[in-house]
Design a protein around this ligand. Structure first.
Ligand code: PSV
Ligand code: MN
Length: 441
């Protein structure tokens, strides 16, 4: 087995505690890893290749997911939560140190507004943390804001309100440039609660006009991600309600515009992996907001409700990766989480989600694609299906643990995190957040 990567950054967590936890588990880990190696070898899969590909997986963390989330009824903060962007970055760095696959944070404005972005960037860089897509927010009115978004923002009937929303997005791009980000995510909450409230066509036209101005301001190496969502806060219609409208708009805007798939933003029972395949095929898969859901946009931990769906999505992603590689084309969707942790420690939820996402990727990597293609050509339905079942049912945890370990992370993330006592220490050191009323963040 390869040696552990050399650390070049500040550590948010005591590395010796993580190493000591790993030492305790090393004998069992080696045994499990060897068993999996032998098991995979029987199917002609090289575990070393799987581990190396797993080590390339990177998922951005939502700044807003680092504090306890809330429902529209209440939010219950926990002791030791981060109070500002610096503390959120520190928590991200701690998660990354253990998980080895979350090297970026995705900021949300104005929630993360601060006065000196150079300082923020330097602080993050010291921890080895970079910046994922910046998110604009025209779904809330901010204190002192001139015009209200109550009836819409980028698609508002009023030109001045649209202009205000455009300018906010332009400001997000400027901030993102200071941070070294290279994408803007636009989730538009505009929509209607009543039939007859607005005309679908004109509303979309106004949205596209606004987006054209934002698109024109994108730096050369930037992308804009259009995030669709079929309902909430609007309950009759939304402007960008599904991937169909999203891809139409992305195509109209140009090559830098791509679609972002949030797992909870679809109608019930929609085949999300197929949406992923379609967007990838047409070069329009920009990114993900990983989470899970049972009923709607629940923002639950990735893989906690429907791990098979997560695996099927990664099955499409690996297929798309390999198709692109054959053509020498680029395939680089931006993977991010978007979760709301209402009853768990956000850092623990994120560690678990990273494990679920990495696990889904690992399982997708061991699918016997040549055999599956042959079964598909021969219309052998059961065996084609079983190629997926076999991979999904394989316990890939040792490969994932090895990928983490080689990056200096933990064989058992949760045990290591708890052993560091990080949250308890932060509960002593950080100002307690005041209990708030409802609201997502
Ligand atoms: C909307 O529900 C959403 O998924 C968008 O990504 C927002 O930016 C985020 O949640 C805010 O919590
Ligand atoms: Mn989202």
């Amino acid at each position: 087995m390869d040696d552990i990567a050399v650390k070049r950054h500040l550590s948010a967590l005591p590395q010796d505690v993580i190493d000591a936890e790993n030492d305790k588990l090393m004998a069992a880990h080696l045994y499990d890893y060897e068993s999996l190696r032998v098991r995979l070898e029987r199917s002609d899969v090289d575990i070393e290749t799987v581990v190396r590909r797993l080590m390339t997986l990177e998922v951005g963390l939502p700044s807003w997911g680092m504090i306890s989330g809330g429902t529209r009824f209440a939010r219950f903060p926990m002791p030791g939560e981060p109070n500002n962007i610096f503390e959120k970055i520190e928590d991200c760095a701690a998660v990354h140190q253990i998980a080895g696959m979350t090297p970026r944070i995705s900021l949300h404005f104005p929630w993360d507004v601060t006065y000196d972005y150079t300082e923020v960037r330097q602080y993050a860089e010291a921890y080895g943390i970079g910046f994922d897509a910046v998110n604009s927010n025209t779904f809330q009115d901010q204190p002192g804001q001139t015009l209200s978004y109550k009836y819409g923002s980028l698609s508002h009937t009023d030109r001045a309100t649209r202009q205000q929303a455009i300018e906010h997005n332009l400001e997000c791009i400027e901030i993102g440039q200071k941070l070294g980000s290279n994408a803007l995510t636009v989730w538009l909450s505009d929509g209607t609660n009543f039939a007859g409230q607005a005309q679908f066509a004109e509303t979309l036209e106004r949205y596209l006009d606004s987006m054209t101005e934002i698109y024109a301001a994108l730096p050369d190496d930037w992308r804009v991600f259009l995030e669709h969502k079929l309902y909430e806060p609007a309950f009759y219609s939304t402007v960008i309600q599904d991937w169909g409208t999203s891809i139409l708009c992305a195509q109209q805007l140009g090559p830098k515009a791509q679609c972002l798939v949030d797992m909870g933003h679809h109608a019930p029972n929609v085949n999300i992996e197929m949406i992923v395949a379609r967007l990838a095929q047409f070069g329009k898969l920009g990114g993900f907001h990983f989470n899970d859901s049972k009923y709607g946009d629940d923002d639950l931990d990735a893989g906690s409700i429907n791990p098979f769906q997560l695996f099927l999505i990664f099955n499409e992603l690996v297929h798309a990766e390999e198709r692109a590689a054959k053509r020498g084309a680029a395939f680089d969707p931006s993977y991010m989480m978007d979760q709301s942790h209402n009853v768990t420690d956000p850092m623990e939820s994120i560690l678990n989600s990273a494990r679920a996402i990495g696990g889904a990727y690992a399982k997708a990597l061991i699918v016997d694609r040549a055999a599956m293609a042959a079964y598909q050509d021969a219309n052998d339905v059961m065996m084609g299906h079983n190629c997926l079942r076999l991979a999904f049912e394989t316990d890939v945890r040792p490969a994932l643990a090895e990928a983490r370990r080689r990056k200096g992370g933990a064989i058992d993330p949760m045990a290591a995190f708890r052993a560091t006592g990080y949250r308890a220490e932060k509960a002593r050191a950080r100002q307690p957040r005041r209990a708030e009323r409802g609201g997502i963040c």
